[in-house]
Design a protein around this ligand. Sequence first.
Ligand SMILES: Nc1nc2c(c(=O)[nH]1)N[C@H]1C(S)=C(S)[C@@H](COP(=O)(O)OP(=O)(O)OC[C@H]3O[C@@H](n4cnc5c(=O)[nH]c(N)nc54)[C@H](O)[C@@H]3O)O[C@H]1N2
Ligand SMILES: Nc1nc2c(c(=O)[nH]1)N[C@H]1C(S)=C(S)[C@@H](COP(=O)(O)OP(=O)(O)OC[C@H]3O[C@@H](n4cnc5c(=O)[nH]c(N)nc54)[C@H](O)[C@@H]3O)O[C@H]1N2
Ligand SMILES: [Mo]
Length: 764
Amino acid sequence: MAKSIRPYHQPAGGWGALKSMGTALVEQHIAVSGMATLARMNQPDGFDCPGCGWGEPKHTSRFEYCENGGKAVAWEATTKRCTPAFFSAHTVSDLARLSDYELEMEGRLTHPLRYDAASDRYQPVSWDDAFALVAQHLKALPDPDMAEFYTSGRASNEAAFLYQLFAREFGTNNFPDCSNMCHEATSVGLPPSIGVGKGTVVIEDFDRADCILIFGQNPGTNSPRMMTELRNASRRGAAILSFNPFRERALERFQSPQSVVEMATLSSTPISSRLYQVKIGGDVALIKGLMKCLVEADAAARREHRQPVLDWNFIRGHTAGLHALLADLEATSWDAIERRSGIARADIAAAAAVYAKADRAILVYGMGITQHRHGTKNVQQLANLALLRGNVGREGAGICPVRGHSNVQGDRTVGITEIPSDALLDGLKARFGFEPPRAFGHNVVAALQAMLRGDVRVFIGLGGNFAAAIPDWTQTQAAMRKLDLTVHIATKLNRSHLVHGRDALILPCLGRTERDLQATGLQAVTVEDTMSMVHASRGHNAPASSDLRSEPAIIAGMARATLGASSKVDWEARIADYALIRDDIEAVFPIFQGFNERIRQPGGFHLNSLARERIWATPTGKANFLVCAGLCEDDAEADDAMLWLTTVRSHDQYNTTLYSLSDRYRGVYGQRDVIFLNAGEMAKRGLEADDRVDIITLSNDGIERAVRGFLVVPYAFPDGGCAAYYPETNPLIPLYAHDPESFTPASKGIPVRLVRVAPSRTAG
Ligand SMILES: Nc1nc2c(c(=O)[nH]1)N[C@H]1C(S)=C(S)[C@@H](COP(=O)(O)OP(=O)(O)OC[C@H]3O[C@@H](n4cnc5c(=O)[nH]c(N)nc54)[C@H](O)[C@@H]3O)O[C@H]1N2
Ligand SMILES: Nc1nc2c(c(=O)[nH]1)N[C@H]1C(S)=C(S)[C@@H](COP(=O)(O)OP(=O)(O)OC[C@H]3O[C@@H](n4cnc5c(=O)[nH]c(N)nc54)[C@H](O)[C@@H]3O)O[C@H]1N2
Ligand SMILES: [Mo]
């Protein structure tokens, strides 16, 4: 697609979405078979969409998929193959010059590969030799904590459980996880507040809510199936308010590809009643402003003997800490709130009035909230806002963190965590009879810090694209190259396979759309969505190559080779029949009681969340209002030229996977090296549309971090901020720029300055 910038004026969704999905199928050479595959997606007997973690309404509708789910399936079900012949034709240094887009467009990996330093090529290796190499390196470590076991959130519950079992029997709790870069602020922030680290709503709650607040989340792109709920809510007359620096198109107007009428008449549904363009990092200020309005309105209502605005029955019966919160709100000036949030007091008051009027409200949020140095504080202030009106543990109301990967939540539930509870470790010990390590392990930031210190020798990645997803590439990728062994269990070639250790393996696995045949027959796996619904997933496609193995089988192969005969786990039996793994999960985690039985119910089953029942598993036994001092100005240097940079996803990418170089809803075509900022900020810097700039981090450790030659795109964006795409801007994110509580990298709040590139450099 030719490079251009053309503002988009259509509603989101609609014919553009169908056309784009069709193009994705054709590009992967699967137009006809692709449609058959899609028909099985999210159906009772089919596979779970490998795209996002949004829930499905009971798996009933005939075509329960969306544009981007369709692209995720096309990406996996492609007929293109990346074979040993391809690797023998290219050195790894050559491959490193290809773009991320080109690497993945080579298609599905077909054969296990081992890096050969003499020829600088990946060469075929047998599965047994690959497992033996893993074992050799792991057994050579003086300390099991010198290995890192990374997980990306597509792994099934069965694969994730076996993976943590292997690593813990081997002797470490080092589980850096994609979730550490994603919703960790939720996992850390919500438990002290409401007693669970997950959301409290189920999908049916969206049918009953009067009001939906959406903070820092872009559903039209990243969880398009959520648009069905939002569209229905909007048509019922529910108020939808969005708080986002971008005017995301799908938050304004949506044409449902599943509505015959909208598609035929080219009509569409307005989504947000109002969109508030909050400044980058201004959410704590905004939320404190909203709470201040509620408290003021409540005082006025009580003076005038009208119905109170705060839910006093709930507050008195179920919460602790209100007085400290009130004192903090009192001490926060409107001046400071307006300055930091970028939203006028009158506008905040209008939003608060809508929220105050709603009997049942859902508070939705995404990466705009979690990926900040104050991500945990953001999450907790948002919970305060919900608690003030008793919007937790009631039908049609609740807190809804929208998870990313399709099973990232399940992976955590079944034990992928670097900070295991005693209950988890005791459960493993009781079931398997080995002594699991008790010391806490590494999250992503800690793993990278350990690599930089030289304290890590082996990295194993269960899916994902670690080297591209992490911050601070120049430093962190250099550290990865010094490892003794890197192992990637993957479906497609990506950057991480090229940023390799001295020894390196690529182990190709089955995808979710494919048949998984083991000794006792075809296997199903299970996943948990963002609403805590657990259900089975069965692939129907023929595997991309006869040399692929399933993720559980690869993990078992590594485990058997490493732990040998002394292992307490019968790995073969579990691979022959995954139902045995589910029995293990049930034995270790009592909430999975009746697991194998319950996944036979169509639509699966719900993992109970105590907060939904207003049982508060917190130290006070109550839901806690938690105070954060100030407005989270973070520690940016006072610098006039400074802008906050937020790194976001385009409409045509899945994390580090690029489906194309365009971003339809933001009007960007054929390119990704662009930076969005507003006319005022451009004028201040003497910039014009089409200028190119270097983006330079205001680092406080003396290391220069820059990306070069980005095209300036004027955009109605709040003052003081700019936006660019992830992962191209990951070199700008210092490893130290993370939330000190959850260790989430601050991908949505990096202080930068811009330097105009001399036209002579642009000309060529
Ligand atoms: N098609 C597709 N689907 C996906 C993914 C994908 O890449 N492609 N990724 C998956 C994964 S792993 C995840 S975690 C989710 C991510 O889904 P989202 O949470 O939607 O992630 P982002 O696009 O990174 O950013 C979300 C929004 O935050 C806004 N934002 C940026 N900074 C701020 C801020 O300071 N305050 C506020 N209030 N808003 C801000 C951005 O403008 C953007 O609209 O989607 C999942 N689904
Ligand atoms: N600057 C910045 N950085 C970010 C973010 C941001 O918003 N801004 N977002 C962060 C977030 S929210 C996340 S979740 C991480 C994502 O980090 P990761 O989860 O590590 O990255 P992905 O891009 O999702 O991984 C894509 C790769 O997964 C492999 N894969 C796909 N399907 C399968 C499968 O079924 N099995 C196996 N084994 N492999 C498979 C393919 O080889 C593919 O190349 O990035 C984080 N990094
Ligand atoms: Mo994510």
